[in-house]
Design a protein around this ligand. Structure first.
Ligand SMILES: Nc1nc2c(c(=O)[nH]1)N[C@H]1C(S)=C(S)[C@@H](COP(=O)(O)OP(=O)(O)OC[C@H]3O[C@@H](n4cnc5c(N)ncnc54)[C@H](O)[C@@H]3O)O[C@H]1N2
Ligand code: MOO
Length: 400
């Protein structure tokens, strides 16, 4: 076992090897899923002026018992002028507070007769119903940091900060080629013999990579011979990242390493102390990075989750490319862990995280049922239900 590289060290070496691709300046509307490459300082305050948070009446400062309603401030159509003592305006949620008004009386607590306004019993005008200028952010506040991913909420914030019609500095996304390799693999076009297997890994890996790639080129399935692998690597030559699945192990037909050497790549590491996923391989040719994933479907997924996705995030400019964990109570017991860092398929429920008993690295059905992966460090002692476990949440099937 001593020749196996530690899991966390391998992840760190991968990240050290990869550098963010050059920046692009893109219209904000084209930035969904991109990583910001410069901190974003707001061009405006939010809100830009004091607003009412409720439908009701904005009251002039001072303690009048009743007020005279002198007009209205609606969203987008503010009241022109300032309130004198004893005056009030009808105001709607999101509308500007008029000058001289500090408090809002919600309409449920108001009694209105004609243009006279009074407090209903128990009613109280309050500053709580006023949103102060800049309480969310002030002009020049850094609202999003460098390396943050622009998901739906971050895009909304960038637009609110004044960049809706502008451009953002984001990282270029890598292009990815995915090679299914193995003579037993079929693309499904012809009926399968018992010796054939549908090439399911390529579709899974392409779906995982798609949100983080400028384009995904699928190649294969490629049979186990040097000439076919060489052709496949040539076809993939333009990609920033080449991901292979299968042929990474030690059998006579596992030709990936010699094929990569012939293609001009240098092996950075091979074989990790993780389960599943031991035969994982990392190679590079100049700036191109090759990740050789094991062929077993669960091994392919787990290594893609822990290595391919962090690599794509890092190249795209992410500040924080590794998947996050959370600590959740176990819904059932766990045996003592083995000698490799293990990732167990698990479901999440109201009673906590429940390991799935199927641990064979070819068993796809249990993978498709899993909501998370429990991380077990090498030689961890047995754990009982109720103890906290470290879990990776497979949000959106593991793409996020
Ligand atoms: N003597 C040893 N044998 C094996 C070892 C070892 O250390 N010594 N490691 C085992 C482990 S762990 C794994 S994981 C596998 C992975 O090996 P490969 O990466 O070389 O994968 P293949 O042998 O090509 O395929 C394994 C398995 O997966 C199926 N497969 C392959 N590609 C796909 C695909 N694109 N879509 C769906 N299924 C695929 C393939 O048919 C095989 O059943 O090696 C162990 N052996
Ligand atoms: O690492 Mo293999 O992926 O254990 O089956």
């Amino acid at each position: 076992m001593s020749e196996l590289l530690d899991f966390d060290i391998a992840q760190q070496r991968l990240l050290d090897l990869a550098h963010p691709l050059p920046n692009e300046l893109l219209p904000t509307s084209d930035c969904l899923g991109r990583y910001l490459r410069a901190p974003l300082a707001a061009r405006r305050a939010q809100p830009a002026a004091d607003l009412s948070a409720m439908d009701g009446y904005a009251l002039a400062a001072g303690d009048a018992g009743t007020w005279r309603i002198v007009g209205e401030s609606a969203a987008g159509r503010p009241y022109q002028g300032a309130l004198e003592p004893g005056e009030a305006v009808r105001i709607s949620t999101g509308a500007l507070m008029p000058g001289g008004a500090l408090r809002v009386l919600v309409q449920e607590e108001a009694i209105v007769e004609g243009n006279r306004l009074a407090l209903a019993p128990g009613g109280e005008a309050s500053e709580r119903h006023v949103r102060r200028r800049g309480f969310d952010f002030a002009a020049n506040d850094v609202v999003l940091g460098k390396g943050v991913r622009l998901g739906p909420t971050q895009l909304a914030l960038a637009i609110a900060a004044g960049f809706g019609a502008g451009r953002l500095t984001v990282g270029r996304l890598p292009s990815v080629a995915i090679i299914d390799s193995g003579s037993e693999l079929s693309d499904g076009a012809a009926p399968l013999t018992d010796a054939q297997v549908p090439a399911s890994n390529g579709a899974m890996l392409a779906a995982m990579a798609a949100p983080l790639a400028s384009k995904v080129n699928r190649i294969g399935p490629v049979p186990d011979n040097m000439a076919a692998l060489a052709d496949a690597l040539d076809a993939a030559s333009g990609a920033d990242v080449i991901v292979t699945s299968g042929g990474a192990s030690v059998g006579d037909h596992d030709l990936l390493r010699p094929a990569l050497a012939e293609w001009g790549a240098t092996i950075e590491f091979w074989k990790i102390a993780m389960r599943p996923g031991k035969p994982l391989l990392l190679a590079r040719r100049k700036e191109q990075i090759v990740i050789g994933l094991p062929g077993n479907p669960v091994s392919s997924f787990v290594t893609a989750f822990h290595f391919m996705l962090p690599l794509l995030r890092r190249l795209s400019g992410a500040a924080d490319p590794l998947p996050h964990t959370m600590r959740l109570p176990l819904a059932s017991d766990l045996p003592e862990a083995g000698p490799r860092t293990e990732f167990m398929r698990a479901t999440l429920g109201a009673d906590g995280v429940r390991p799935i008993l199927q641990r064979d690295s070819s068993a796809l059905r249990s993978l498709a049922l899993a909501d998370g992966l429990i991380r077990r460090d090498a030689h961890a002692p047995a754990a009982t239900a109720g103890e906290l476990a470290t879990v990776y949440w497979l949000q959106n099937g593991g793409t996020a």
